[in-house]
Design a protein around this ligand. Structure first.
Ligand code: EPZ
Length: 416
């Protein structure tokens, strides 16, 4: 177990590069099992969640080679069977292995990937959608068996939008000869990037609003694909600049993916300049309070809700924050209260935050990936020393985070 030690309020300046999207790359690694051959991915971050999904496939016989951010996956030696249940339970996103492995081998057993601190993380939407497509799903003591049948229904309608459930069906459908339609699909940039990947492999996919029409093939071919930049990492660094009141240039990113965040920045009076592949944040001394509500894309992303909650502690006035996607995603605010943040919880999904409140360094715990990144920013904004336990939670999604922050002047070190 390692922790971060931060000395706050150091002036920050310069550029922070953004790496590839964790939540796109994981799904493309799963997609590689649809292709009996080589998959080459560029711009893949070297983070724990990526390593975990690769180890699952390596244990099933796949081979991979990483050279910096380039990843080559060879699934010619992938054997049928079930992913290691212990490894699956260690990463929730492993649920997206169901679609491709089911398409390739006809059957897969997988344990419920488990909840986490932000919510119970059910998989009922995944199960319903597979059953809509003729897949037999049974469950025994938290172990799920998915089995293809000769039924070939052609459509599933999601009663609620789900990113990984949409992606699971996309992956399964891309290897079916018949046309499959998904209605009320998630359309996050990571979902659309996966669609670009699958089209490159030979699937015919059309997206119209939230309807996705897939004409798959049993012979998907080898793909070379560059993963989109991680919009959540980019947004986290933009909020870092605003919260610490520094001017920073965030590079190697896609500003178009951050429209919802930039809309909030405009409302708050935070000045920014959008370039082709960069965002320049010029943080004012004072910015206004707002109301923030999360929603599915293109709404405000739930993964930026925690760092935004930290920013609102520095805004002038009374903010209201509402987390609509997960039932327990305001826990980080309790950590910020240890630093002096003024928070009034209305329920587990809604709180009022008043500011600006000077924050003081404290001993904190990173509950989950995005909460951990939020505490990093809080430590950099606070007076004095902050320690953050469980640094590995942050390593799940942010590669070499302390090195990239030190380059712009942050005082941060990792101790085991
Ligand atoms: C993906 O999770 C992301 N993870 C999450 O990022 C992200 O917060 C989330 O989408 C929302 O954008 C990956 O892509 C690996 P959902 P996912 O299914 O697919 C409920 C991060 O920090 N639901 O869109 O699991 C669910 O409880 C992570 O990188 C069901 O009820 O999210 C939630 O309330 C955190 N039944 C809502 O839907 C289901 O079967 C949206 O969840 C599935 C989901």
């Amino acid at each position: 177990m390692s922790k971060f030690i931060i000395e706050g309020k150091r002036p920050l300046a310069g550029e922070i590069p953004v790496y590839g999207a964790k939540n796109a790359a994981i799904k493309m690694i799963a997609a590689s099992t649809l292709i009996s051959g080589l998959t080459i991915l560029e711009n893949v971050p070297d983070i724990l969640d990526i390593q975990k999904i690769l180890v699952i496939l390596e244990k099933m016989g796949a081979k991979f080679k990483r050279i910096n951010h380039r990843l080559e996956i060879d699934t010619r030696t992938l054997k049928s069977g079930n992913p290691d249940p212990v490894l699956v339970a260690a990463i929730r996103a492993s649920i997206v292995l169901v679609g491709p492995l089911l398409a390739r081998f006809g059957k897969i057993n997988i344990p419920h990937p488990g909840g986490c601190t932000i919510g119970s993380r059910p998989i009922d939407l995944h199960i319903k959608a597979f059953r809509d497509l003729g897949v037999e799903v049974t469950e025994d003591k938290n172990l799920y068996t998915f089995r293809t049948t000769d039924q070939t229904p052609r459509q599933t309608v999601f009663p609620k939008i789900s990113v990984t459930a949409t992606e699971n069906i996309l992956l399964f459908a891309s290897a079916q000869e018949e046309i499959i339609t998904i209605k009320n699909a998630a359309i996050e940039p990571e979902v659309l990037d996966l669609i670009t990947f699958l089209k490159r492999a030979g699937a015919k996919i059309a997206v119209q609003d939230r309807t996705i029409r897939i004409e798959g093939t049993k012979n998907l071919k080898e793909v070379k694909h560059r993963v989109i930049p991680d919009r959540i990492e980019a947004g986290t660094f933009a909020i870092l600049a605003a919260a610490t009141k520094n001017s920073l240039k965030i590079t190697q990113m896609e500003p178009e993916h951050l429209d919802a965040l930039l809309e909030k920045f405009s409302q708050m009076g935070i000045v920014f300049e959008k370039g082709k592949d960069f965002l320049y944040i010029k943080a004012p001394e004072h910015f206004s309070a707002i109301n923030l509500t999360t929603a599915e894309y293109p709404g405000f992303p739930t993964d930026l809700q925690p760092p935004m909650g930290l920013l609102l502690t520095q805004a002038c006035g009374q903010n209201r924050i509402r987390e609509n996607l997960f039932e327990h995603r305001l826990g980080y605010l309790k950590e910020l209260q240890k630093m002096g943040a003024k928070v009034r919880f209305l329920n587990s999904q809604e709180a009022e935050i008043s500011g600006p409140t000077p924050l003081a360094g404290a001993k904190l715990e990173s509950l989950d990936l995005r909460a951990g990144a939020t505490l990093l920013i809080a430590g950099l904004s606070a007076q004095g020393k902050t320690t953050i336990e469980h640094a590995e939670n942050i390593d799940r999604g942010y590669e070499k985070i302390e090195e990239r922050l030190r380059v712009v002047g942050a005082s941060i070190k990792r101790v085991s």
